[in-house]
Design a protein around this ligand. Structure first.
Ligand code: APR
Ligand code: PHB
Length: 389
C-alpha cells in the first residue's frame, strides 16, 4: 500500500491530524491496535482549550461539541473551608469548554467515516522502518497477514505505550520524567454536578476534584495512595472521603449515587526530546505526559497536531520544509510550559508523604497568594485556558 502520511494510533491526536490533513487533500492511513469500541470506552478528561476548539472547527467536527458542551468562564479552588473563583473571562477575556475527550474522539471517528478515511483496527506488530531516509515505510500484521505501507511521513500518535517513541534511537533521544508519589481515584456517576464550575480542592486529607460531563453525568477524583486497590474503595467510602475534602458549602450540595466507572490513575510528568527523527514525528502522549491537575493532556496533544499539520501543509503545498524542520522545537517550547503549569498546580494542591510543616506553610501561602493576587490569578488563567500556539 502507499499513502502520504501513515498515522500510528487512532486516539484523539491521530484522528484530529487525519481529519485536518484530509481537508487539505493530504492522504492518510490510520493504524490502530485496538477496536474502535475499546478506544471509545476509555474515560478521559474533558477540558478543551480555545486552540483545540478552533481546530475542531477547522476540521469540520464541531457541531455536536457546540450543541452539547459547557462554556466555563472560570474555575474554583478550595482549601479547607475557603473557596475562591478564578474568573478567566474577567481576568483575560477567555473561557474553556467542558466536553468529554471520549465525545471528541467519537466525533472524530464519525467524521473519518463520513469522509471515507482509511482506518485499520486491531493491527499488530507495527514497525516503523527507514524513518531516517526519504522513503519510510511501516510494516504490520492484520488478520494474521503481513502488510507494508510506503509513505512520505509517519506520525507517531500511539500514546505512551506505543512503538513510535521507541523507534527513535536511545543515542538520539532524551527522556525527562517525574513520577508523583500518589494517584487519582476517579469516579463517574449519573448524578448532577455539585457546582456550576470545576472545584479543585486542597485539604489536609489530600486533593479532590469535582468535574462534570453534562447535567446528569459527573466526574469526581480524590488523591489516593499509588498502591491502593480500587476494590478497597466502595462507593460509600469514596463519597464520604470526597465530602471530607470539600468546603461544607459544597459538600452539603453533593448528590451521590452508584459509580458507573471507577479507576485509579498514577500521576507522572514525562517529556521525550526530540519529537522528530527523520520522517517520523511524535504527537501527544507518544512524546509527553502531564499530571491531570492542569487539564493539559488532550490540549498538549492538540498543539502538537497544530504544529505538525501546519508543517505538512507547508511541505505539500509550498514544498517548504521550514514547518516540519521546526516542529520539534516549536512543539516542545509549548509542552514545557504546560508541563510546568501541571507540575506547579499538582504541587500546590496535593499532600506529599514527606511534606514538612514548613512545606505546608509554603503551600498555604501559594494558595492564598493565588486567592488574593490578581497577577497570580492572571498567570493561572492564561495557562489554564491555553497559551497561544
Ligand atoms: N500500533 C497501533 N496503535 C497503537 C499502538 C501500536 N503499536 N500502540 C498504541 N496504539 C494506539 C492506542 O490503542 C491508542 O488508541 O494509539 C492510541 C493512542 O491514543 P492516546 O493514548 O489517547 O494518545 P493521544 O491520541 O496522544 O491522546 C492524548 O489521551 O491519554 C490521554 O491524557 C491524554 O488526553 C491525552 C490524550
Ligand atoms: C475531568 O473532567 O475528568 C478533568 C477535568 C479537569 C482536570 C482533570 C480531569 O484537571
Amino acid at each position: 500500500m502507499r499513502t502520504q502520511v501513515v498515522i500510528v494510533g487512532g486516539g484523539p491526536s491521530g484522528l484530529l491530524l487525519g481529519q485536518l490533513l484530509h481537508r487539505k487533500g493530504i492522504e492518510t492511513i490510520i493504524l490502530e491496535r485496538k477496536t474502535r469500541d475499546y478506544v471509545l470506552g476509555r474515560i478521559r478528561a474533558g477540558i478543551l482549550e480555545t486552540g483545540l476548539v478552533d481546530m475542531m472547527r477547522e476540521a469540520g467536527v464541531s457541531d455536536r461539541m457546540d450543541k452539547e458542551c459547557f462554556i466555563h468562564h472560570g474555575t474554583c479552588i478550595s482549601y479547607e473551608n475557603e473557596m475562591f473563583d478564578i474568573n478567566f473571562q474577567e481576568l483575560i477575556g477567555q473561557n474553556v469548554i467542558v466536553y468529554g475527550q471520549t465525545e471528541v474522539t467519537r466525533d472524530l471517528y464519525d467524521a473519518r467515516d463520513a469522509c471515507g478515511g482509511r482506518t485499520l483496527f486491531e493491527v499488530e506488530d507495527v514497525e516503523i522502518r527507514d524513518a531516517e531516509t526519504d522513503s519510510p515505510h511501516v510494516t504490520f500484521t492484520i488478520d494474521g497477514s503481513a502488510k507494508r505501507i510506503d509513505c512520505d511521513f509517519v506520525a507517531g500518535c500511539d500514546g505512551f505505550h506505543g512503538v513510535s517513541r521507541k523507534t527513535i534511537p536511545d543515542t538520539v533521544r532524551k527522556d525527562y520524567e517525574k513520577v508523583f508519589p500518589f494517584g487519582w481515584l476517579g469516579v463517574l456517576s449519573e448524578t448532577p454536578p455539585v457546582h456550576d464550575e470545576l472545584v479543585y480542592a486542597n485539604s489536609a486529607r489530600g486533593f479532590a476534584l469535582c468535574s462534570m460531563r453534562n447535567e446528569h453525568l459527573s466526574r469526581y477524583y480524590v488523591q489516593c495512595d499509588l498502591d491502593d486497590d480500587v476494590f478497597e474503595w466502595s462507593d460509600d467510602r469514596f463519597w464520604d472521603e470526597l465530602k471530607r475534602r470539600l468546603p461544607e458549602s459544597v459538600a452539603d450540595k453533593l448528590v451521590t449515587g452508584p459509580s458507573i466507572e471507577k479507576s485509579i490513575a498514577p500521576l507522572r510528568s514525562f517529556v521525550c526530546e526530540p519529537m522528530r527523527w527523520g520522517r517520523l514525528f511524535l504527537c501527544g502522549d507518544a512524546a509527553h505526559i502531564v499530571p491531570p491537575t492542569g487539564a493539559k493532556g488532550l490540549n498538549t496533544a492538540a498543539s502538537d497536531v497544530h504544529y505538525l499539520f501546519k508543517g505538512l501543509v507547508q511541505y505539500y503545498q509550498d514544498n517548504d520544509t521550514n514547518g516540519i524542520d521546526r516542529y520539534s522545537e516549536r512543539a516542545l517550547a509549548r509542552i514545557w510550559k504546560a508541563e510546568r503549569f501541571s507540575w506547579a498546580t499538582t504541587n500546590m494542591l496535593h499532600r506529599f508523604p514527606d511534606q514538612s510543616e514548613f512545606d505546608l506553610k509554603m503551600q498555604r501561602a501559594e494558595i492564598e497568594s493565588l486567592h488574593y493576587n490578581e497577577t497570580a490569578q492572571k498567570w493561572f488563567a492564561q495557562n489554564y485556558v491555553g497559551l497561544p500556539y
